[in-house]
Ligand binder design. Sequence first.
Ligand code: ATP
Length: 356
Amino acid sequence: MENVSKYFDDGETVANYRLNLEVEEGEFLVFLGPSGCGKTTALRLIAGLEEPSEGAIYFDGQRVDRWSPSDRNVAMVFQNYALYPHMSVAENVAYPLKIQGVPPDDRDQRIEEVLRFLHIEAQASKSPAELSGGQRQRVALARAIVREPSVFLLDEPLSNLDAKLRQEMRSELKRLQDELEITTIYVTHNQEEAMSMADRVVVMNRGTIRQIAPPEELYSRPRTEWVARFIGSPPMNLLRGTRQNGSIAFGEAGSVDIGETTVGGLETVPRGDVSLGVRPEDISIATERPASTTAIAGTVDTVEPLGEYTVVNVAVGDQIVNAKVPTTSVERDDPVYLTFDDADAYLYDENGELLT
Ligand code: ATP
């Protein structure tokens, strides 16, 4: 996609703004972002269900943005996929091949393969009404891949399934994509889904791309405060402070010396307002002031034991910091010190851009 924008309602709604994106052959790319950020529109533009207002879309170097969907050889599976209720599973899967004019003998073999691949061969003669939600979803996927599209487009395909099934289908889909090596673009607002399946994640907000990166990098190197807050649960803490000589001051809570590892030398960081970002899981809580200078003083506000771990909310001046710790004996109103490794800290400038 080259500078692709899409406006609706006489230009008043900007669904996509100047998207620039290159998808690799065989890649599993995920569009991730909050509701209304333009993910579905971007997918529909790729499918040919919408025309861009500006910009160009290429498949293998060929400009396709005025091509009809059928000429693009893409397959799309939606959240509300509809199977033909009066046809059996096998007939549903056969339908796209019939339309394509594939001879019946070839058809049967391909259908058999796809049904086996998706573990629904035993359901071949059943009607959609006799299937479970997960089986129906598999039939929808089978119908989409049976004609061997060059691009596979999936729009929140798992959101109608219950949590357990969703998880199962997640690994199933990933396996499917790995084995078929089919270029796949997947839309979701579910972070876990994106992080677990994607080769690269495209983070979107308000119609624009905020960051494109492999999941690990998105987590370990969010380029803006917005992305830092969006990825991770609970989200990254961002403490507003002021950069002074060699340290960052947080009013009465004290100041923190930031080693060179964090930002490649504090001298590169402009003086003034900055935000210090630390993920809740990278923070430890001490009840005595530690010798290390990287300690922020605060008072325990609330303690939330969640079984696997405990989230402690600590008031630091007028800001709240979340710490995710294995266990803790601290209680409300206890004075505590928050510590973390320099390497786990991030600094963002006044505009929310990562400082390096
Ligand atoms: P969700 O996760 O809720 O499906 P999304 O990220 O997929 O959201 P889009 O469906 O792409 O978002 O919508 C982006 C914006 O464009 C929204 O403000 C939406 O209201 C608007 N929009 C989408 N389709 C149309 C349309 N056909 N006409 C007018 N506005 C539209």
